[in-house]
Design a binder for this molecule. Structure first.
Ligand code: ADP
Ligand code: ZN
Ligand code: ZN
Length: 670
């Protein structure tokens, strides 16, 4: 038998994650040592025996085999949590590309000096207690008992909890978590941005007290490490947090819950570009845990898996508190214009707001994106002011500052057109600031709060704005889509989507899905208590299927339309998609490499169930003076795409001054 070698890291929790050591695998252990194995090795001066983790096994070594030491023994009983996480990292590297170190750094928080003082009090430390809910509804009880009886019989499965807004999914999660914890296992709960899912977190904290860790994405590395240590030592049974909470080192994991599973924040934007749902499935498989995905608007991907029978579907069709869904009106903004209304608030929305404010009720208005359309242009010559470093227009902030949302470049608003010197230069459009100004003009005396990236720069500003609104210190909350997620405000009776179709102009294949999700979730914010809710959707595309089905809160209708489109264009989830981005400051080098790469891929893979599209310029060709080209690869086999990822990785490993990134099933075409 040929000699095999292992890459080993000695102390996983230190910076040493960067450094691996090579050892020989003795023949007696050859078929047992694998990635993730816990082994004993001689290490350092005097060859003290230390514990190490195998992160790679290979047939060759660059070192002189005589100088390498042997692994002493394998600790087979130690199904150590680190071993499992290393196996997970290995799977991530294979699936998403990138280096093993990058994957390890994702799954293992590195120990850093934790400041002695207590971390600054976050608003989440002061969340009010929420009164226990009482008895489950019949629907909730059915879902819980389905899970419980599976769990008791040792069945670990994947579930999709599809429950309309207000159906009481949080209560179900809590019961499932209690069940699993009572059986001696631990629970991970993922939520989108923690500050935006305030109430969910507050409910969990009320029930689990000091047995729960709340992982805020803004915690320092040291603070996060400390929370992970609490999980490892058994001090906590449950952790709630964003994507990275997925890697909490619980020794005995029983359940991973992903709330609002359709949310875009579950996809990592940095290498490895993993999706929390996929990684959760894999971690659960390795460790024998169940996964529960929950949403009022499941992702097309999850629903498709449920239809194929890969995920078990559980449904909540009615509101837990008995309230009715809001009444939704779609307003065609082209008609408004014909009728002489030039305001960004339609007649219908105006009347609803007026009624609500007069009754002492509150309203929420949102647009799809910060600074949309707030570009500056010249009415004389049409010149648009653009970023000098990127292929995008600059956005107007306040009335004196122009800013690039891609590279952060700022400049002063010019007083005359830089091209023709006309004074008729200005910002047009409907940013959140503009909506706020309009509301103040239409309803003098109404108190407004604005929530967008500009007003939430500070650590706990989200929570403060939400709190102030909850205490009715303002009548109208205006913001980007971030105001729509998950909040439950009893006094809000009107929700207005000031411009609903912005997302539909995006170049990406998920834009209809996001528009549907956003509008359906938004509609769920109105009239959550006893009061009837009204939702006004303002759009220039009232005939679009995502708008029609959202206004009817018809998820399955939307799903049918959307799947027809995905099938036709061969997009996920019907096909798997691999995005390849080639980026360089050297424009010619990026062009040349992307051509070469595409040719190579075509000659190696095209035809065998693989389509290769491109290269093409990225949608935004230049960002911060870096030129970007893309290649897209479609296949019905995810393994084929992993193989291609590996090929690209090896092919481009040694390149400098040019970056090649792969992204499996990207959420958007870049
Ligand atoms: P979802 O997450 O499904 O949108 P929530 O979990 O936020 O819904 O629940 C909506 C509201 O219904 C909350 O105010 C919650 O306290 C209440 N609720 C949940 N379950 C019950 C129940 N069994 N009986 C009465 N009210 C409930
Ligand atoms: Zn001009
Ligand atoms: Zn820029």
């Amino acid at each position: 038998m040929s000699q095999k070698y292992a890459d080993i890291i000695i102390d996983i929790s230190h910076e040493g994650v960067d450094r691996t050591f090579e050892y020989k695998i003795p023949e007696t252990l050859a078929d047992r040592v694998q990635v993730g194995s816990v082994v004993k090795v001689p290490f350092g001066q005097g060859n003290r025996t230390r514990q190490g983790y195998v992160i790679g096994v290979k047939e060759t070594s660059e070192w002189d085999p005589d100088k390498l030491k042997n692994i002493l023994e394998i600790n087979e009983k130690a199904v150590e949590v680190e071993g499992n996480l290393i196996r997970l990292a290995e799977w991530m590297r294979e699936t998403y590309g990138g280096t093993m170190i990058a994957s390890l750094r994702t799954v293992m928080p590195v120990k850093e000096k934790v400041a002695g003082r207590k971390a600054k009090i976050d608003v989440m430390d002061e969340v009010p207690e929420f009164a226990p809910v009482g008895e489950l509804t019949r629907e909730q009880a059915e879902v819980v008992s389905t899970f419980e009886s599976d769990y008791d019989r040792g069945i670990r499965d994947k579930y999709l909890l599809h429950g309309i807004t207000g159906s009481g999914k949080t209560e179900v999660y809590i019961r499932l978590a209690e069940k699993v914890i009572a059986g001696g296992s631990s629970v991970i709960v993922l939520v989108p941005e923690i500050a935006l899912t305030y109430q969910t977190v507050a409910r969990f904290r009320t029930v689990f007290g000091n047995r729960i860790s709340v992982l805020n994405s803004r915690l320092s590395k040291g603070e996060k490490f400390r929370e992970f240590e609490r999980a490892r030592s058994g001090e906590t049974d449950i952790i709630i947090g964003p994507r990275s909470a997925l890697f909490a080192p619980f020794e005995k994991l029983g359940l991973i819950i992903i709330d609002e599973e359709h949310d875009g924040s579950y996809k990592s934007e940095t290498t490895p570009k993993y999706h929390a749902r996929e990684v959760a499935f894999e971690r659960a498989r390795i460790e024998g845990a169940s996964v529960v995905l929950g949403s009022a608007t499941p992702s097309i991907v999850s629903f498709y898996m449920a239809e194929k029978g890969d995920i078990r579907r559980l449904t909540l069709k009615s509101r837990a508190s008995g309230g009715e869904l809001a009444e939704v009106t779609v307003v065609d903004m082209r008609d408004e214009l014909h009728q002489g209304n030039r305001s960004i608030i339609s007649g219908e929305l105006y009347r609803r707001l007026k009624d609500a404010f007069e009754a002492g009720e509150q309203a929420m208005l949102f647009i799809n994106r910060r600074g949309y359309n707030s570009f500056v242009s010249c009415r004389e010559c049409g010149e648009v002011i653009r970023c000098p470093r990127c292929d995008v227009s600059l956005s107007l902030h306040g009335n004196a500052k122009l800013m690039c949302h891609y590279c952060g470049h700022t400049e002063a608003m010019p007083s005359v057109c830089p091209k023709c010197k006309s004074k008729l230069i200005g910002g047009y459009g409907t940013g959140t600031e503009k909506v706020e100004a309009e509301v103040k003009k239409l309803f003098p005396g109404i108190r407004t709060l604005r929530m967008d990236k500009d007003t939430t720069q500070r650590k706990d500003s989200h929570g403060k704005i939400i709190d102030a609104f909850r205490r009715h210190e303002a009548d109208c909350l205006i913001g980007t889509q971030m105001i729509v997620k998950g909040h439950d405000f009893g006094n809000v009776t009107v929700v207005g989507a000031v411009l609903a179709d912005l997302g539909l102009f995006d170049s990406d294949y998920e834009s209809a899905e996001r528009t549907f999700d956003l509008l359906t979730q938004a509609a769920g914010r109105a009239g959550r208590a006893e009061k009837k809710g009204y939702v006004v959707i303002q759009t220039y595309q009232p005939e679009h299927y995502s708008i029609i089905t959202a206004s009817q809160q018809d998820f399955e209708g939307f799903y049918q339309y959307e799947m027809a489109y995905r099938r036709m264009l061969r997009f996920p989830p019907v096909y798997e998609l691999l995005g390849v981005l080639v980026a360089s400051k050297d424009e010619a080098a990026a062009a040349e490499l992307s051509e070469q790469l595409s040719d190579e891929l075509k000659s190696r893979y095209a035809g065998h169930g693989v389509d290769i599209i491109g290269p093409a310029e990225a949608v935004i060709y230049r960002i911060d003076e870096v030129y970007r080209r893309t290649i897209y690869i479609k296949s019905d086999s995810v393994d084929k795409l992993s193989e291609i990822t590996g090929y690209i990785q090896n092919r481009t490993l040694e390149l400098s001054d040019i970056e090649v990134q792969t992204d499996l099933n990207p959420l958007r075409i870049v």
